[in-house]
Design a protein around this ligand. Structure first.
Ligand code: ATP
Ligand code: MG
Length: 574
């Protein structure tokens, strides 16, 4: 490809609406253009990257025994009613009507469709197991599409679905997919961690996420991991042993005391001269539009997904101050934040964290302004259910080996999920077993964000000058830069290198633009070609400059050696 003909416009400035590195760089380097909120054009350079990721995914999925198909992007409401998700899938589901007033949606995921496909085709135990996948655009009307390709509204996903006879078969396929995912991300040049994660309110199911670990702002997930064993988990699923498991407030007498103006835990601690771990904190959440009270030691935080799952809901947020005020008034109290308790709140469910069981003689709010109960014990508080609703903190004990946990941030690029019969049962998707009895398929689903993986690769590989693509997913492997295109010798050597590399199957760009060398170098770094060959003045000594983008290493070679080296280095990775 000649740079003079390439459809790419690099920009001088970063786009003003971009918050994260990958978004800034992909726009500035001419990979993507925004069409609308969370909707992007994938320009030719981007499309080359995406196709490379797709091909790696495709090769590894095929190698793992899965079969590719392609399902429609527009889906009818009826199937979503069969699974029960038409009602519960929130506003991320983009719903529309056709000219006959039939309700449809844009596919955010394809469990319903694939289950119907399987139901039509897989009738006998002899046909199972099967794993079917597709690579396709998805649409989710994300509430805050931001971060460019990391969280788009329209994005490209690989989604696979497995159908097995029983749990045992599913376990095996789950492991098979985990292995395939490891190979996929390794081949893309990405370091990932496979971490345990939340699998929603479906009891007993298992899921893992593949995280690109990053120290940039783009990591939306906190990952807790152990340096001594293989434990790692998303914060929505992580568990730990507390450093201080049992706490005792030391109040020998149970009594109500005045605690004026102690509106925060800090003020209360100061006033009573106690540690936060002996205060029982009362929080009000709204789960599926109804209030729920959560109790936790005041030195710890509630993990909202855990709380939501413990309650069995599908939507959670913390209650606002006016909502709390209204609840108080409706129950005949006038206490404000800081003094809230479960007392007299008989119609509101109360969930306490497991660690509350180990609190003694503690301090708790009783819905009386400027008062607290001290020396309280479990019997003094109404609790409907204990569950692990606590957010883990770094330094706490690993649940597997007891060593301290560490925390880092991650970008979820893929996940694997045991669905069991969540879809096959309600949709009556069954096969006939050996005895002729109808059994629901035992299913798994396995997603990879293709466009998110490309953006995550940028988050993991960049510097102040631009992108540093891993060779396997770079749009082109090499750029050849003649410093002065009007110098015949430079130009003919550059063209020869370009031709030799092309013939060897290396993807190469010749920067034949009549621009200053500095401009060409800047663009080369910004676009992120893994290798740059510069043909300049040293060609009079028979040498060209060979530069590796990832390390910045530069060497001088003869053109022949440069070509040989490039072919060897690049072919070793592909
Ligand atoms: P997240 O928690 O980040 O919203 P998710 O749990 O909704 O992800 P899945 O439904 O499991 O994601 O989708 C499978 C994969 O698709 C994810 O692992 C991710 O790589 C990708 N993905 C999901 N949502 C988006 C999005 N809005 N933009 C780009 N990629 C996405
Ligand atoms: Mg999502």
């Amino acid at each position: 490809m000649k740079m003079s003909k390439m459809f790419v416009q690099t920009l001088r400035e970063y786009p003003s609406d971009a918050e994260v590195v990958s978004h800034k760089l992909l726009v500035r380097a001419g990979y993507i253009r925004k069409l609308s909120q969370g909707i992007y054009n994938y320009l030719p350079l981007m499309w080359r990257v995406l196709k490379k990721i797709e091909n790696i995914v495709r090769e590894e999925m095929d190698r793992a025994g899965a079969q590719e198909l392609l399902m429609p992007f527009v889906q009818p409401k009826e199937l979503w009613e069969e699974s029960g998700r038409w009602e519960v899938y929130g506003r991320e589901l983009m719903r529309l009507k056709d000219r006959h007033d039939r309700e449809m949606c844009l596919g955010p995921t394809h469990e319903e469709i694939i289950t119907a496909v399987a139901r039509d085709g897989l009738k006998s135990y002899k046909q199972l197991p099967v794993n079917l996948y597709q690579i396709q655009s998805k649409f989710r009307d994300e509430i805050r599409p931001r971060f460019g390709l990391l969280r788009g509204r329209e994005f490209i996903m690989k989604d696979a679905y497995s159908f097995d006879l029983n749990e045992e078969g599913l376990d095996k396929e789950y492991q098979n997919m985990a292995q395939a995912y490891k190979r996929i991300f390794e081949r893309c040049g990405l370091k990932t961690k496979m971490v345990q994660s939340d699998s929603g309110a479906i009891g007993g199911s298992v899921s893992h996420e593949f995280m690109v670990i990053t120290d940039t702002d783009a990591g939306e997930n906190d990952v807790f991991y152990c340096n001594d064993c293989d434990y790692s988990a998303n914060s929505n699923h992580a568990v730990s042993g507390l450093l201080e498991a049992v706490t005792d407030g030391g109040f020998t007498e149970k009594k109500i005391v005045d605690t004026p103006d102690t509106t925060t835990i800090e003020l209360l601690c100061e006033f009573l001269n106690v540690k936060p771990s002996v205060i029982l904190k009362d929080l009000v959440y709204i789960i599926d539009k109804k209030p729920v009270m959560a109790l936790i030691r005041a030195d710890k935080e509630v993990e909202e997904t855990k709380l939501m799952n413990a309650f069995g809901g599908s939507d959670i947020r913390i209650a606002t101050a006016p909502e709390i005020e209204e609840i108080m008034i409706n129950h005949g109290f006038n206490a404000a934040k800081g003094f809230i308790g479960v007392k007299g709140m008989d119609d509101i469910p109360v969930i306490a964290d497991e660690s509350v069981k180990d609190m003694k003689n503690f301090v708790v709010g009783i819905n009386e302004q400027d008062k607290h109960l001290v020396g309280a014990n479990l019997d003094d508080v109404r609790i409907d259910k204990f569950a692990d609703i606590r957010l883990v903190e770094a330094g706490e004990h690993c649940p597997q080996c007891g060593k301290p946990l560490s925390v880092t941030r991650g970008i979820e690029v893929g996940n694997i999920f045991k669905l069991g019969t969540k879809y096959s049962k309600p949709m009556n998707a069954v096969y006939l077993d050996k005895d002729g009895k109808a059994q629901p398929y035992v299913m798994g689903c396995y997603g990879i964000g293709i466009s998110r993986t490309a953006a995550a690769a940028v988050e993991a590989h960049y510097d102040e000058f631009g992108i540093k693509w891993p060779v396997a997913i770079a749009p082109y492997h090499v750029v050849v830069v003649p410093v002065n295109i009007n110098d015949e010798q430079q130009m003919s050597v550059a063209e020869k290198i370009y031709k030799d590399l092309s013939e060897a199957g290396i993807e190469v760009v010749l920067d034949d633009r009549d621009e200053r060398a500095g401009v060409k170098f800047k663009d080369a770094d910004l676009i992120g070609f893994p290798y740059r060959i510069t043909v300049g003045k040293t060609i009079s000594e028979g040498l060209v400059e060979y530069k590796v983008r990832e390390t910045g290493a530069q060497e001088k070679y003869t053109p022949e050696d440069a070509v040989k080296n490039l072919i060897n280095s690049i072919k070793a990775v592909l």
